[in-house]
Design a protein around this ligand. Structure first.
Ligand SMILES: Cc1cc2nc3c(=O)[nH]c(=O)nc-3n(C[C@H](O)[C@H](O)[C@H](O)COP(=O)(O)OP(=O)(O)OC[C@H]3O[C@@H](n4cnc5c(N)ncnc54)[C@H](O)[C@@H]3O)c2cc1C
Ligand SMILES: *[C@@H]1O[C@H](CO)[C@@H](O)[C@H](O)[C@H]1NC(C)=O
Ligand SMILES: *[C@@H]1O[C@H](CO)[C@@H](O)[C@H](O)[C@H]1NC(C)=O
Ligand SMILES: *[C@@H]1O[C@H](CO)[C@@H](O)[C@H](O)[C@H]1NC(C)=O
Ligand SMILES: *[C@@H]1O[C@H](CO)[C@@H](O)[C@H](O)[C@H]1NC(C)=O
Ligand SMILES: *[C@@H]1O[C@H](CO)[C@@H](O)[C@H](O)[C@H]1NC(C)=O
Ligand SMILES: *[C@@H]1O[C@H](CO)[C@@H](O)[C@H](O)[C@H]1NC(C)=O
Ligand SMILES: *[C@@H]1O[C@H](CO)[C@@H](O)[C@H](O)[C@H]1NC(C)=O
Ligand SMILES: *[C@@H]1O[C@H](CO)[C@@H](O)[C@H](O)[C@H]1NC(C)=O
Length: 635
């Protein structure tokens, strides 16, 4: 036996990054598909006939003829029952023939209506656990095609169908599962869908007639006290693909460090969040969440299990930090740099109501304007907020959560004094009095601010939209006037209005796919369409969508076009945003497309509005908005 000295391994590892990563693989990543395991499957009579469909890709693909479609259930080339059975054997029984989450609300192929079960589902439907723990459920059923809504009042006339939910799903518990499914889907020409939590606002984690990878159960979290690479030496976490934002925050607290994450506790960390950029209450200190990624483990479209980092598949690594989820590969884990512990002051209050109070509408708007004018000061000081403005029956109010990392109560008071003075001078009442607190670390501050917020979801009653407003809109009185006038008009029209003051910095000098618009951002505004009924006609949804894109978002787009550094955050956007390439991906689109083509020639990883997605279409008929309830075909 030859004993290799430790020092030799270290040197060797530095020269061969792929090998070095093997030391840090999670146990579930050590279970991989190799040519050896393929040979094993060939020798097993239950899977022998399947092996051709499980073989690795070699990067080369025939050009895909225009108009050709992915195989769909019922098609001649759709795999037979026995093929699915064999696939299940190869997956060690992890294959699920899916059931729509709300099936118990209907008489359907999945059984008779079960009123008790239906009640429980409907009762839980606006909360996250039920969607995360289901292999195919998503938070916004409108993109699924509304073919099996969670409703108590269904009758025998109502039907439940899979619609846009995947036909089969795999409860992923190893890298090998992912590789098998990637190979099978590519070789059998079947649409592949990746679902983690199902949070996606655009329907990217669902798709009709597809085979779904359900990543949620990859929950491993490991603290790395002394991570080392060429670019960084220090604390980090290695995080499984199914870990959520709040789980990362808890782990950070436990180890006395800070980690960047979003405001919703239930958002998946490593999936759409990190890969789409990830804005965070700590962006004023350490940038976008994706800026702190050190490595990913990825299954590529050819089925290979690789490390993506600065020294291994650097182009893929670049794309996976901001270029969008579900596009370049399936990530099984990420190593993310940890940041120092930080203290936080949080202030929450609601201002208003106005017409029946001592304050005039003008006074309220003056107070609001003072706040907005202060954004450069607030973001220079590293702070962040999430607020909502309501205009209900002419009553104006502002619900504020102001998050000030690195600030004591005193420095927070100093920073916000001009605004609080204006509130007092104008006599704007507090509808909900201020509750302010100082916390020595991030987690308790976060729990106070957002950690217990349900962020209601699971409804099919509106469509989202957003805009990233660049710093230049604040640099002259004239520009700010235009900004102010646009926002005030939006509010005066009684439209939904939410927003953040945040200006992600880039202290790590990250060069990645986080959209160029994010690097200019002073503020991020979110809105939604006019509400519609879950059971609205497609015509009504179409009208609401058109109104959103033209009447509501039109002025936002005009104020902050990509040409002046504006854009739209790809993770929380209107799915039919017309200039999505430049608006979602900024100046990075062309490079991302090259990387996409290099790693995924066959278009295995389709997701709506993802890089390269315009080469495909979902034939969903007219549903009023782009849904995933249809066959996926090459345009
Ligand atoms: C209530 C709410 C609050 C939010 N708050 C924030 C916030 O504060 N900051 C912020 O930046 N964003 C926020 N978001 C947006 C959020 O980041 C996105 O919805 C994100 O896509 C969620 O990722 P997921 O993996 O949980 O969701 P999913 O819907 O499961 O997946 C989203 C996309 O990622 C892909 N994907 C998932 N897992 C993988 C994987 N392992 N490998 C490759 N692709 C994968 C999917 O295919 C899909 O395209 C919020 C969303 C909601 C609904
Ligand atoms: C499997 O074998 C094929 C053909 O021999 C080879 O090209 C490929 O690189 C191998 N793949 C892996 C992951 O070992
Ligand atoms: C896969 O096998 C398991 C265990 O036998 C079974 O429960 C499951 O239904 C099978 N999946 C499919 C799609 O047949
Ligand atoms: C629904 O919520 C109740 C409590 O609110 C819980 O006991 C139950 O397990 C939930 N059911 C599902 C399916 O999530
Ligand atoms: C999925 O797999 C996990 C183990 O990884 C198991 O605990 C869980 O029950 C499975 N869920 C379903 C729905 O099959
Ligand atoms: C303000 O008034 C509207 C309309 O009367 C009401 O719906 C809303 O709840 C009030 N908001 C607050 C914060 O009091
Ligand atoms: C104003 O407030 C008072 C007391 O809260 C209430 O009785 C009255 O109806 C309100 N008027 C309007 C116009 O809302
Ligand atoms: C706050 O402002 C006061 C008065 O200007 C000043 O004395 C004090 O040092 C400031 N504190 C901080 C933390 O900035
Ligand atoms: C800003 O708008 C106000 C009225 O809305 C106007 O009085 C003022 O002159 C404008 N200022 C600039 C610099 O355009």
């Amino acid at each position: 036996m030859i004993v290799i000295p430790i020092a030799f391994i270290a040197v060797h590892a530095a020269l061969a990054p792929i090998a070095s990563a093997i030391t840090s693989l999670f146990p579930y990543e050590q279970s991989q598909l190799t040519n050896d395991t393929l040979n094993g499957l060939k020798d097993d009579p239950r899977t022998a006939s399947l092996v051709d469909l499980l073989s690795f890709g070699d990067g080369a693909t025939e050009p895909i003829p225009s108009g050709s479609c992915k195989s769909f259930p019922g098609d001649e080339d759709w795999p037979s029952e026995s093929t699915w059975k064999a696939l299940n054997v190869s997956l060690k029984s992890a294959l699920i023939y899916t059931t729509p989450i709300a099936a118990p609300c209907y008489d359907s192929q999945w059984g008779k209506k079960d009123v008790a079960k239906c009640n429980e589902i409907v009762g839980n439907f606006t909360k996250w656990p039920i969607h995360q723990s289901d292999p195919t459920s998503i938070y916004w059923p409108v993109y699924q095609g509304r073919t099996c809504l969670a409703r108590i009042d269904t009758t025998e006339a109502d039907s439940c169908m899979r619609g846009g939910y995947p036909e089969y799903a795999v409860n992923v518990s190893s890298a090998r599962h992912v590789q098998l499914i990637v190979n099978f889907a590519r070789n059998a020409n079947i649409r592949l869908v990746i679902k983690n939590t199902g949070h996606c606002y655009l329907g990217k984690s669902t798709g009709a007639g597809s085979l779904g990878l359900w990543m949620h159960n990859l929950k491993t979290v490991e603290f790395l006290p002394q991570y080392e690479s060429d670019g960084y030496r220090g604390k980090a976490f290695k995080l499984g693909a199914g870990v959520t934002v709040v789980e990362v925050y808890r782990a950070a607290e436990e180890h006395g460090v800070s980690m960047k994450g979003g405001i919703s506790p239930s958002v998946g960390y490593v999936g759409g969040y990190l890969q789409g950029g990830g804005h965070t209450p700590l962006s004023g200190y350490w940038g976008m969440a994706a800026d702190s990624v050190l490595e990913y483990q990825v299954v590529t479209a050819d089925g290979d299990f690789v490390t993506a980092s600065e020294t291994s598949h650097a182009d893929l690594f670049w794309a996976l930090r901001g270029g969008g989820g579900g596009t370049y590969g399936v990530v099984t884990s990420a190593i993310v740099r940890a940041h120092p512990k930080i203290d936080v002051t949080v202030s929450e209050f609601t201002l208003g109501n106005t017409t029946n109070q001592t304050v005039s509408r003008e006074g309220f708007f003056t107070g609001l304007r003072t706040y907005w004018e202060s954004f450069p000061d607030y973001t220079d000081a590293g702070t962040y907020s999430w607020f909502l403005v309501f205009n209900t029956n002419g009553q104006l109010s502002l619900k504020m959560t102001f998050f000030a990392p690195g600030h004591t109560m005193e420095s927070f008071r100093n920073l916000t004094k001009p605004w609080f003075d204006a509130i007092k001078i104008e006599g704007i009442p507090f509808a909900v009095p201020e509750k302010a607190g100082y916390y020595e670390s991030f987690l308790p501050a976060y729990m106070e601010a957002w950690g217990r917020n349900e962020f209601p979801m699971g409804t099919a009653t509106s469509l989202p939209g957003n805009r990233l407003l660049p710093k230049s809109l604040w640099t002259s009185a004239e520009n700010f006037n235009a900004t102010w006038n646009m926002l005030r008009t939006h509010i005066e029209k009684g439209r939904h209005f939410g927003g953040y003051h945040q200006a992600p910095k880039n202290p790590l000098k990250a060069d990645n796919a986080v959209s160029s618009a994010w690097r200019n951002t002073q503020s991020f505004f979110i809105t939604r369409s006019i509400l519609f009924l879950e059971t609205a006609t497609t015509n009504d949804i179409g009208k609401s969508n058109k109104n959103l894109l033209e009447e509501i978002l039109g002025p936002w787009r005009k104020l902050a076009p990509a040409s002046i550094g504006g854009g739209s955050y790809l993770n929380e956007a209107a799915v039919d945003e017309p200039k999505w390439k430049e608006d979602f991906y900024g100046t990075q689109y062309e490079r991302l497309l090259e990387i996409k083509k290099k790693y995924d020639q066959s278009g295995l990883f389709y997701a709506t509005t993802a890089v390269g997605s315009d080469e495909w279409e979902v034939r969903d008929g007219d549903q009023g908005v782009s849904t995933q309830n249809g066959r996926l075909c090459r345009v």
